[in-house]
Design a protein around this ligand. Structure first.
Ligand SMILES: [Zn+2]
Length: 477
């Protein structure tokens, strides 16, 4: 799809269709547009949409009218959804070229457009005529709006990159594939270094926890590190650490067959980590940032770790593997130790589809957030709400530590049914020393159960937008 920007007013664009946002008082509308909307009982509510033709004063034959709600209550989510609804309505009705202007915030408009148009259909070879595509999109705006539009486009495309890696099945998206896709995506971007370590390297690093997961699979594990230096020299980086289980069978503690296929998305934390650094680097933010992704399958092969095996993490702590399906915290433990000692970061944020308990606690609307640092929590909360990927703070209280005590090792990797996402966070806390650390359990929010506005049914690539916003805000510090 070809995308361009112009200063030509939307009404004069030579395209098949344009998107017009309308507030609930319809006051700004004139001519036959107001007449049609009134006849069609269009009230301008958020989520409403109509396809109209041949509107007075608009050159494009098709007009997608999207409701924006009350002008004084307009928020970025309404803008994202309206932008997505508008371009999708035109696309699905045969438009090949589409024009759009800022619906109140050019960056949110772009996010809505490029996230909304995203579809994971690359593995489908039949019936492509049923999946129409736009060939051209033109943004109409002034200089400042065009700048914001391009920022939104970059963030949306980085999130789509993460969505795709989260959606791809594990026979394609292996750890090796993740590395190749990352190298490809970062080609030509300044100030970036990518390293991909193998299992031999992990052995030298004494990453017994990471390797205890990898050894059940024949697929080679990888330990991916992306460094971006856009800030001043010596400035401590923001570190993002993502769980990259490219397929989670549960290992010897094998999962039930029903819905096991969804575990192709157990790499969503790694995908979001790579997407976040990709956006930060493409935007050229004035920060130093590092993304770390331990990548492996969790399989019940002949060498697989067995329940009650004891392994040693790279900080020397011994772990009793009570349940091999609690593998995310195993690979993250070594990744957190590595990140802290190698980069001495300003802040560490880990991102993981970590626990089923988080799905039970918060469903698909919030991301569970664990941190002991009140200021970091406030920063993350602000960024997440602005990005439309809201975080919710969960307790990280020492009272829960007792549940992960082992009778034969320093700790064990499960804490029983009560407070399962909190005991998982308590486990991770054993591998981070600094206070400015947050653990994001995205197990509930990583997938959307239905298509709505800019969200597809499926992997959402969260929380790329929230973390990029966090990095944008960090520049001012
Ligand atoms: Zn698991």
């Amino acid at each position: 799809m070809n995308e361009t920007q112009e200063k030509t007013p939307l009404e004069e664009l030579n395209v098949d269709g344009v998107v017009i946002g309308v507030y609930d008082d319809l006051s700004a509308q004139a001519g036959n547009l107001k007449e049609y909307l009134t006849i069609g009982k269009f009230e301008g509510k958020g989520g409403q949409k109509r396809l109209l033709f041949n509107i007075d004063g608009i050159k494009a034959p098709m007009v997608a009218v999207v409701g924006m709600g009350k002008k004084e209550e307009i928020d970025l989510e309404t803008i994202r959804n309206a932008a997505a609804d508008g371009v999708k309505l035109l696309r699905d009705n045969g438009a090949k070229s589409v024009g759009i202007a800022s619906l109140g915030d050019a960056r949110a408009t772009a996010e809505g457009v490029f996230l909304g148009l995203y579809r994971f259909d690359e593995l489908m070879t039949m019936n492509s005529e049923k999946r129409p595509n736009l060939e051209q999109i033109i943004f109409s705006g002034d200089e400042e709006e065009i700048k914001e539009w391009l920022i939104g486009k970059t963030i949306a495309e980085a999130q789509n990159f993460a969505r795709r890696l989260g959606e791809l099945p594990s026979n394609i998206a292996t750890p090796t594939y993740f590395v190749k896709q990352t190298q490809e995506a970062f080609k030509g971007i300044d100030n970036v270094k990518i390293k991909a370590f193998d299992e031999k390297w992990a052995e030298k690093e004494k990453m017994g926890a990471f390797l205890s997961v990898a050894k059940g699979s024949d697929e080679p594990a990888k330990f991916l590190v992306i460094e971006y230096n856009g800030g001043s020299e010596g400035q401590k980086p923001l570190a993002f650490v993502g769980k990259g289980i490219t397929f989670d069978s549960g290992g010897i503690s094998i999962k039930p067959s029903a819905n096991m296929g969804a575990m192709r998305g157990d790499c969503s934390g790694a995908a979001a980590t790579i997407g976040t650094i990709l956006a930060i680097a493409k935007l050229g933010l004035k920060v130093n940032a590092v993304g770390v992704a331990p990548l492996t399958e969790n399989m019940p092969g002949g060498h697989a770790t067995k329940p009650s095996d004891v392994v040693f993490a790279s900080n020397g702590k011994s772990i009793e593997v009570e349940n091999t399906d609690a593998e995310g915290r195993m690979i993250l433990s070594d990744a957190l130790v590595y990140t802290e000692k190698t980069f001495d970061p300003h802040t560490i944020i880990d991102i993981a589809t970590l626990t089923g308990a988080m799905v039970i606690a918060l469903g698909e609307h919030y991301i569970g957030t664990f941190t002991r640092d009140d200021k970091l929590w406030e920063e993350l909360k602000e960024a997440s709400y602005k990005a439309g990927e809201p975080f919710w703070r969960m307790p990280l209280d020492k009272k829960y530590r007792k549940q992960i005590e082992s009778t034969i090792a320093d700790i064990k990797n499960t804490g029983g049914r009560p407070a399962g996402s909190i005991t998982a966070a308590m486990f991770l806390a054993e591998f981070v020393e600094r206070n400015r650390w947050a653990h994001l359990d995205i197990a509930g929010k990583a997938w959307s159960s239905s298509e709505k506005g800019y969200k597809p049914k499926g992997n959402l690539g969260v929380p790329v937008r929230a973390l990029v916003q966090f990095a944008i805000n960090h520049q001012k510090e």
